[in-house]
Ligand binder design. Structure first.
Ligand SMILES: O=C(O)c1cc(=O)[nH]c(=O)n1[C@@H]1O[C@H](COP(=O)(O)O)[C@@H](O)[C@H]1O
Length: 277
């Protein structure tokens, strides 16, 4: 089954468009971990408790590799056990933000898909088609390409106009990225699915990109801690064909710093699930 079909199935099964972001910061681990916050095993135990509590309210998890790699080899082992704990009914998006020449990208793909077992990954488009296509050569997997990101500096490059080229119009860089991702997705060598990463903090860009790419799945971070509005996201980006997967990390996993952290995370995930309809 294709990545998009699997995502659709998971979204139906849990009636949820929520992706829970797993971005564990040792200093922020809740009270039950107070005595061993710097132990990478605590990162794993915390994330696994979050997964168990939030599973009924979400369809996917997005571990961001940075938070695990920061702990070295033991942190990477923690990441492996966290990914293993994600139920088969849910998808795993490895937030790795890769982007390198094709030869190297093939090995990134191998590590993330074959070794870690991610269902999809995130990648940066700066190096163009041969940096993305290797991720699309794996059947049943997905790659979400950074298109219009949620952060303060996103406009520095992404909103710059870019000249017309061939049948591509003059347009802002983020729209060009979307058009190119659509082409890469339809490339004869592509066996996986491509999608866009579009921040919830720019709902007008979300709506524009939905016009450009009516059927690509969108991974949408930026609700919760970054202030994006869930209902604006739904208005801008939901269509019959185009799935949205809305990620929130801090507002769910740190909903409480007490003994009730897992219940509080479940409640925060359920609230986002309800807000996304
Ligand atoms: O690729 C991403 O997931 C991503 C893209 C983007 O434009 N903005 C963004 O915040 N992210 C990631 O999404 C997560 C957002 O975390 P919270 O702000 O805590 O919900 C982090 O892991 C970010 O690295």
């Amino acid at each position: 089954m294709s990545f998009v079909q699997r995502l659709r199935t998971a979204q139906h099964a849990f009636a949820s468009r929520v992706c829970v972001g797993l971005d564990p910061v040792p200093e922020r681990l809740p009270a039950p971990f107070a005595d061993h916050r710097t132990d990478p095993q605590a990162l794993a135990d915390f994330c696994i408790a979050i997964i168990e509590a939030t599973a009924p309210h979400c369809c996917a998890y997005k571990p961001n590799l940075a938070f695990f790699e920061a702990q070295g080899a033991a942190g990477y082992a923690a990441l492996e056990s966290v990914i293993e704990a994600i139920p088969n009914t849910h998808l795993c998006i490895a937030d790795a933000k890769r982007g390198d020449i094709g030869h190297t990208a093939r090995f990134y793909a191998r590590g993330l898909f074959d070794h870690l077992g991610a269902d999809a990954i995130t990648a940066a488009p700066y190096m163009g088609r041969d940096s993305i296509l290797p991720f699309l050569r794996t059947p049943e997997r997905g790659v979400f390409v950074l298109t219009r990101t949620s952060n303060a500096g996103s406009a520095d490059l992404q909103e710059c106009p870019i000249d017309a080229k061939g049948d591509l119009p003059r347009e802002p860089v983020y729209q060009r990225i979307a058009r190119l991702v659509q082409r890469w997705s339809a490339h004869p060598e592509s066996e996986g699915d491509a999608g866009l990463v579009v921040g919830a903090t720019a709902p007008e860009a979300l709506a524009e990109l939905r016009e450009v790419c009516p059927a690509l799945p969108f991974l949408i971070p930026g609700v919760g801690a970054q202030g994006g509005d869930a209902s604006a996201v739904v208005d801008a980006a939901v269509t019959n064909d185009g799935l949205i997967l809305v990620n929130s990390s801090r507002s769910i996993i740190y909903a409480s710093d007490g003994d009730d952290f897992a219940d509080a995370a479940a409640e925060a995930a359920a609230e986002l699930q309800a807000a996304l309809g």
